[in-house]
Write a protein that binds this ligand. Structure first.
Ligand code: ADE
Length: 266
């Protein structure tokens, strides 16, 4: 997959692209990332990319021309489909694991990072196919959101994660948050790992993990359960928890109390 990033600050990306799994994915050819500074496409001699908003108001806006020209240039280089052009903006659609999976199916993705106060609306209208937000907070630019998208998408590309790092158990992939995990030693400073995980009984371990993933999701993110396909048994667990019966639970969640007072499941 090829990801092209339009940014005024290409150097911000060198760290993440040169470490760990992304570095390996690029070296192995599963991912290629091209950083394009769209200031190079500004059509005046000072290479201006921003200007004052018509109608007044604080701040500057990115002018349409450098972004239009940069994208036209990219599209003219390849004979294939134009591909998705994704604008990073706090006004966008929330970035989720599902959207990451969707993007991972594409052969090419163009990520547009803004700075300053915003974009000329014609960029939205004519140039981009998607607008994406990484959360309800405002960053100084789209570079960090673009890095989050690159990272989340790259690890879903075939061959990028080894079996040991598999994405299947990730929180969100299954629709539930991940269950609690432990490694050696079995007792650390008096804190013991739940017995079942040491039992070697794979069926019981799988059930324990499922119940604790369900419980953790119920406590922390009950909103996710609205779209999760619950089994009859899952429903039984939840109604027990609703009644205050937690005998199935070995590892109480730090947000257990908070949930019960603030967001009872209906
Ligand atoms: N640009 C600034 N803040 C952003 C956010 N939360 N998501 C995506 N792009 C942004």
């Amino acid at each position: 997959m090829e990801i092209i990033v339009l940014t005024l600050f290409p150097e911000m990306f060198t760290g993440i692209l040169n470490e760990s799994i992304l570095k390996r994915a690029i070296a192995d050819g599963q991912l290629s990332v091209r950083l394009v500074n769209f200031r190079d496409f500004a059509n005046d001699k000072h290479k201006t990319v921003d200007d004052y908003p018509f109608g007044g108001g604080a701040g500057m806006l990115l002018k349409p021309a450098p972004l239009f020209e940069a994208i036209r240039h990219i599209q003219s280089e390849s004979s294939g489909p134009a591909g998705r052009v994704v604008l990073m903006t706090p006004q966008g659609k929330p970035f989720t694991q599902k959207l990451a999976q969707d993007f991972a199916q594409e052969s090419r993705l163009v990520l547009v990072c803004g700075h300053y106060e915003g974009f000329d609306e014609r960029v939205r209208q004519e140039l981009v196919t998607d607008e994406v937000s990484i959360g309800d907070f405002v960053l100084t630019g789209g570079e960090i959101p673009a890095m989050a998208v690159i990272d989340a998408v790259a690890r879903l590309l075939p061959g990028v994660l080894g079996n040991e790092e598999s994405a299947e158990d990730d929180s969100y992939t299954s629709g539930l948050l991940e269950y609690p995990q432990y490694t050696r030693p079995a007792v650390y400073e008096g804190l013991a790992v739940p017995d079942v995980l040491l039992s070697g009984n794979h069926k019981r371990i799988a059930e324990w993990r499922h119940v604790h993933a369900l419980y953790r999701t119920w406590v922390r993110r009950p909103d996710l359960l609205r779209t999760y396909a619950m089994s009859e048994k899952d429903k039984e667990y939840i109604s027990r928890w609703e009644r205050g019966d937690f005998k199935d639970i070995d590892v109480f969640d730090r947000y257990h109390e908070l949930k019960r007072v603030s967001d009872p499941i209906d």
